[in-house]
Design a protein around this ligand. Structure first.
Ligand SMILES: Cc1ncc(COP(=O)(O)O)c(C=O)c1O
Length: 449
């Protein structure tokens, strides 16, 4: 790497050689790739040496902020000592053991074992294979279909895209694959329903029950559920919905998978959203905040019963070269210990979370804001044009426009369809929360210009 490349040089090389994920390349090359150079705390520094407040914690993951020396030291030490060794074939290293132990102590009581991978997609993909294997070993190979919900996001592999309930993600690839069934997600605003969230949640449960009857419960292996739907638009569950869903799945002998890739490790004010809503899941999938994004790591946690069945099957023919990568696991352990020692989970629950929600909901009367959703340190605002909601079109993309305006005001938020999503690092202070919402306010002032 050259020591001081010009921004222009990097942009041009980027255009020449780099295909970006989730990017409209023509648009990007026209406007110019935004280069981020460094980060500290909740802030990033860009190509123009502008300090930007990161209201999305990278991609909903940099929970401890950008300069956590506990993580960088742990990673450096692990790299020096043993950068890599696999967990295949009866071998192991210390960091993944310690992370698995830490997770088991924080997870709901029936969940005590962890299979590692490298991402949220792989954590869900691993869950899918474990679930197939579990039912097969129990003599029910016909129980293979998977339920997920509209507006869900579960990843980008063939199977996890099939579970993702967003047409923009699955249509371009001719997915979902057979056997992946989408039931309605509890998002009345998203489908223009006149029902309030609670009534809509009840309707979703009735529809889910109907689809289970129609498909046959004995053909359905599991349902994947983000306790708070994230990339689909920040959709917290309506009152009673998750509990009703849990009971419905248990009554039909369908495994409940909590996809906690975004919600775990404090984002909603608990170590696991499964704990917050007492979901008693059969599996939990994790990534992102497990290392605060410092290194890639995914994890699939499974119940004791599933573990016993998998053990009874003998050889477990699944795993990635980097499953339990010791350096990623060292980053995870230092990150989890930092979250614990700084009391970040409690901080979100009783301090910055309520403050953030108060500020978020103070936009309720803003003329460009039609709905506000949020919990803990995650939130969204649905935006409308001057003509109101009826003037929205599939191409209006107000969220993307608003996020551009807010970035000009010094804060990064995410635009999704016609909404903006916010999920800052858990270390954010009250003053930084004020700054975040001041930028949003200033950006929204210009939305109708
Ligand atoms: C809930 C959820 N599950 C799975 C994933 C996929 O994770 P990854 O991008 O690490 O594969 C994401 C990513 O945003 C997510 O939000």
């Amino acid at each position: 790497m050259s020591t001081n490349p010009s921004v222009q040089e990097l942009r041009s090389l980027d255009q020449q050689y780099h295909l970006h994920p989730f990017t409209h390349h023509l648009d990007m090359h026209e406007t110019g790739t935004h280069l981020i150079k460094s980060g500290d705390g909740c802030f990033l520094v860009d190509e123009d040496d502008r300090r930007l407040l990161d209201g999305l914690a990278g991609l909903w993951c940099v929970n401890v902020g950008y300069n956590c020396s506990a993580i960088t030291s742990a990673v450096t030490n692990q790299m020096r000592n043993l950068p890599y060794y696999p967990s295949f074939f009866n071998s192991t290293t210390e960091p993944p053991i310690r992370v698995a132990e830490f997770l088991a102590k924080k997870a709901p009581p029936r969940i005590n074992h962890t299979v590692f991978s490298n991402s949220g997609s792989e954590a869900n993909e691993s869950a899918l294979k474990i679930i197939r294997s579990y039912h097969k070993l129990r003599g029910q190979p016909g129980k293979f279909k998977i339920l997920s919900r509209t507006f869900a996001y579960h990843g980008v592999t063939m199977a996890t895209t099939s579970m993702t309930g967003l047409p923009s993600c699955y249509d371009p690839f001719n997915l979902p694959l057979p056997g992946f069934i989408h039931v309605p997600g509890p998002h009345p605003y998203g489908v223009n329903s006149p029902l309030d969230p609670e009534a809509f949640g009840k309707w979703c449960l009735e529809e889910t029950a109907r689809i289970i009857r129609e498909e046959g419960a004995d053909t359905i292996a599991a349902m994947f559920v983000e306790p708070v739907q994230g990339a689909g638009g920040v959709i917290p569950p309506p009152t009673g919905y998750l509990q009703g869903l849990r009971e419905l799945l248990r009554a039909n002998n369908i495994l409940f998978v909590a996809d906690e890739v975004i919600t775990a490790f404090g984002r909603v004010g608990d170590w696991f959203a499964s704990g917050l809503w007492n979901l008693d899941p059969d599996l939990i999938t994790l990534a992102k905040g497990i290392t605060s994004g410092y290194l890639p790591l995914g994890a699939t946690m499974v119940s004791d019963e599933i573990t016993d069945v998998i053990h009874s099957g003998g050889y477990f023919a699944h795993g990635f070269t980097y499953s339990g990568h010791p350096t990623s696991a060292a980053a995870a352990l230092a990150n989890l210990q930092t979250i614990e020692s700084l009391g970040l989970v409690e901080r979100v629950r009783s301090d910055v979370g309520p403050y953030f929600q108060e500020k978020l909901h103070s936009f309720a009367e803003h003329p460009a804001v039609a709905e506000i959703r949020g919990i803990g340190l995650i939130g969204a605002m649905e935006l409308v044009p001057r003509g109101g909601r009826s003037a929205l079109t599939p191409a209006s993309a107000l969220g993307v426009r608003a996020s551009g305006l807010i970035r000009k005001e010094g804060t990064i938020v995410r635009g999704i369809r016609d909404l903006i999503a916010v999920a800052p690092p858990l270390i954010i202070t009250h003053e930084e929360i004020d700054q975040l919402f001041e930028s949003i306010s200033a950006g929204l002032e210009k939305l109708w210009d």
